[in-house]
Design a protein around this ligand. Structure first.
Ligand SMILES: C[S@@+](CC[C@H](N)C(=O)[O-])C[C@H]1O[C@@H](n2cnc3c(N)ncnc32)[C@H](O)[C@@H]1O
Length: 278
């Protein structure tokens, strides 16, 4: 395990400052331990002698910056990740959303899209997909491209199929993709309801009038202050009575906007914005 010296800590701060000032991506408030780990990994894999060397190169070379950006944003994901969360979404949230004529959903930090297709499948199975518009966003452009394509290696599909059934899936999972050349391509009818776009939770503004926001396993990488800022952004983006879903290790409890929400399923980290919340 690598230790971070005081000099390295300064180098990391300067690198993140350089990234922000040159390219506008703000990682300065990310949780120190995880960003440090990823910068060390990037340095080792790319043969840089020091962190200052990374700074020197990325300031002049956009391609090198994009490689760093890719390593700074971890896009680990899977379909129907944490199946009990999807059971709860189906049982406790969708019946409420059913009452609406149109449902706007924001999936923030959607990575390569597996979570987005899972949510679309859930709404399809509850007969709601025709009324749904999903906005799926991420900071990582190459992840967004993959999400837009919706093509995943077949080896992963076995595990996704198991997750899908544990999540209360009602059909044969094979109905949602076409298999070809060792890959599964998600069906076009799911994609019709999804708009993929680039959005940076740290620097970009709110998405208005959302009925459901799903942002799972993203806040864990942020400092407490940044988490709070982003949670306010979600609060602002939700309609009254709208739902917010976080990841299993994330909570609203310590946020200054926690009073504006009620815990809807505390175990699965599902919250509902109070109707009198400002
Ligand atoms: C671990 S993945 C989580 C993917 C998915 N939500 C899930 O739970 O399976 C974290 C995602 O957050 C994205 N991310 C990190 N910082 C972000 C930011 N400032 N704005 C938007 N997305 C960000 C990363 O690019 C990555 O795709």
């Amino acid at each position: 395990m690598e230790t971070t010296t005081d000099v390295e800590r300064i180098e990391i701060q300067l690198l993140l400052e350089a990234v922000y000032r040159r390219y506008g991506y703000d990682f300065r408030s990310y949780a120190e331990a995880s960003i440090t780990r990823r910068i060390h990994r990037h340095r080792n894999l790319n043969g840089y002698r020091s962190i200052s060397d990374i700074q020197h190169v990325i300031l002049h070379d956009r391609e090198a910056f994009l490689r760093l950006l890719h390593d700074l944003s971890i896009s680990v994901t899977e379909m129907f990740r944490d199946p009990p969360f999807y059971c709860s979404l189906r049982k406790c949230v969708l019946p409420k959303l059913k009452e609406l004529p149109f449902i706007r959903i924001w999936l923030a930090g959607c990575a390569t899209g597996e979570e987005v297709y899972s949510v679309a499948i859930l709404f399809q199975e509850e007969g709601l997909l025709d009324r749904v518009q999903i906005y799926a966003t991420d900071i990582n452009e190459s992840a967004i491209d993959k999400a837009r394509q919706g093509i995943y290696p077949l080896e992963q599909i076995q595990e996704y199929t198991r997750n899908y059934h544990k999540a209360g899936g009602k059909s044969a999972f094979g109905e949602y993709y076409t298999a070809r050349y060792g890959h599964a391509a998600m069906q076009a009818f799911l994609k019709q309801h999804i708009l993929f776009s680039h959005h940076n939770l740290v620097t970009d503004g709110s998405f208005g009038e959302m009925h459901l926001i799903v942002c799972r396993n993203v806040l864990i990488y942020f400092s407490k202050e940044l988490q709070d800022r982003v949670l306010h952004l979600f609060c602002e983006s939700l309609i009254e009575d709208g739902f917010l879903c976080l990841g299993s290790k994330e909570t609203l409890r310590y946020s200054t906007c926690s009073t504006q929400f009620q815990e809807w399923d505390p175990h699965e980290r599902i919250y509902r914005k109070r109707s009198n919340a400002s």
